[in-house]
Design a protein around this ligand. Structure first.
Ligand code: SF4
Length: 131
């Protein structure tokens, strides 16, 4: 591998003297070009991957609810807690289930401190729940 030539950078100090402080590698002219070609090669690989994915069906399907996600990974405590809260709040049978879980008022529930969607706590009630 070629080590690029270095070029000292001089910095002027307050008292007016200059002193070389850093040796910064001088980029050979081909380097910018090669990084651009590497970027375009990566973009091309991504385009090819996307095309292959679309050709194979192209969709991940409908989003899964927490209970379906738990079924795929039944040993996950995080997914189990999320699924429990989802179930407790009646899932998506009622509108805004994430808001309802995040704003759950049952502080005596052992899962309250670890319930999901806490970022929605304190947000205004969605309009669909106000009617
Ligand atoms: S924290 Fe709230 S939503 Fe979750 S299980 Fe307990 S009562 Fe239900």
């Amino acid at each position: 591998m070629n080590t690029p030539a270095t070029q000292p950078i001089e910095r002027e100090f307050v008292h007016g003297s200059t002193e070389p402080t850093l040796d910064v590698p001088e980029l050979p002219p081909g380097d910018v070009e090669s990084s651009e070609s590497s970027r375009s090669a990566r973009a091309e690989r991504m385009r090819a991957g996307l095309a292959a994915w679309k050709e194979a069906g192209g969709s991940r399907g409908a989003p899964k609810d927490p209970i379906e996600k738990l079924a795929e990974n039944p040993k996950s405590l995080r997914l189990a807690i999320t699924a429990m809260c989802w179930h407790c709040q009646n899932g998506d049978a009622d509108p805004a289930p994430k808001w309802r879980v995040g704003n759950c008022l049952c502080v005596s529930c052992p899962l309250h401190a670890v319930r999901p969607y806490q970022q929605m706590s304190g947000r205004p009630e969605p309009a669909v729940l106000r009617s």
